[in-house]
Design a protein around this ligand. Structure first.
Ligand code: G3P
Length: 218
């Protein structure tokens, strides 16, 4: 299972990378805006900085929504670094663009996926990654994890190679349940990754080991 961090914050990306378990980064226009990154030069420089931290898989999202401009923008993003994966929304022109990028050897991440039908389309177009947003489905009383389960089954039925990248992951149990179901990748905030470390029995156990050691060793 791959771990991606879902942020454009360089300090958080460094912290997750230093833990030694990070396989990539996903960004989106909202996350870039949260860091105050604007203007094409600054955006490019920021993606370069992210690529300088991690080994691979940096999703950079297009803003365009028509085929020609998605292709133009995606090619520019892909030129920044070999680590870039072009993130394209699940819309008609997006699917066409994913097919085009696939034929050009440019990796893609199909984003804003909320149904199994959308997942089939993206896989048929050759998307490298598929991003179903599980938290946003839960927010509207749908079952985000059930969608992941459906997509795993469908992709297994046909041997689709598109990797299922569970996105909008909000807490550690989302991540653990994605692992049980068989999502290929999860992308989540830093606190979800570091949250996996926590167990009160670990803390109590460590305290006792150290206290017992101190009793005889001073
Ligand atoms: O990157 C897309 C996705 O992970 C967004 O998550 O929490 O804004 O629904 P969220």
């Amino acid at each position: 299972m791959k771990f991606f961090i879902d942020t454009a914050n360089l300090d958080e990306i460094k912290e997750a990378y230093d833990l030694g378990v990070l396989d990539g980064v996903t960004t989106n226009p909202s996350l870039m805006a949260k860091e105050g990154i604007s203007g094409s030069e600054n955006i490019t420089a920021h993606y370069k900085a992210i690529c300088g931290i991690v080994d691979n898989n940096v999703s950079a999202e297009v803003i365009a929504t028509d085929f020609e401009n998605i292709v133009k923008e995606g090619k520019e993003l892909a030129k920044i670094d070999d680590k870039i994966v072009v993130k394209v929304p699940m819309i008609k022109d997006g699917v066409k663009a994913i097919k085009y990028f696939t034929s050009e050897g440019i990796r893609t991440n199909c984003t804003l996926v909320f149904s199994p039908g959308q997942a089939i389309l993206a896989a048929k177009a050759g998307a490298s990654y598929l991003s179903p947003f599980i938290g946003r489905l839960d927010d509207i009383s749908h079952d985000g994890l059930a969608l992941i389960e459906q997509i795993v089954e469908i992709y297994d039925n046909y041997g689709f190679t598109t990797e299922i990248l569970a996105a909008s992951v909000r807490h550690t149990m989302h991540l653990v349940q994605c692992a049980e179901i068989g999502a290929d990748v999860v992308t989540c905030p830093l606190k979800v990754i570091t949250g996996l470390l926590n167990h009160p029995l670990t803390d109590i156990g460590l305290e006792k080991f150290l206290a017992d050691h101190k009793k005889v060793n001073g």
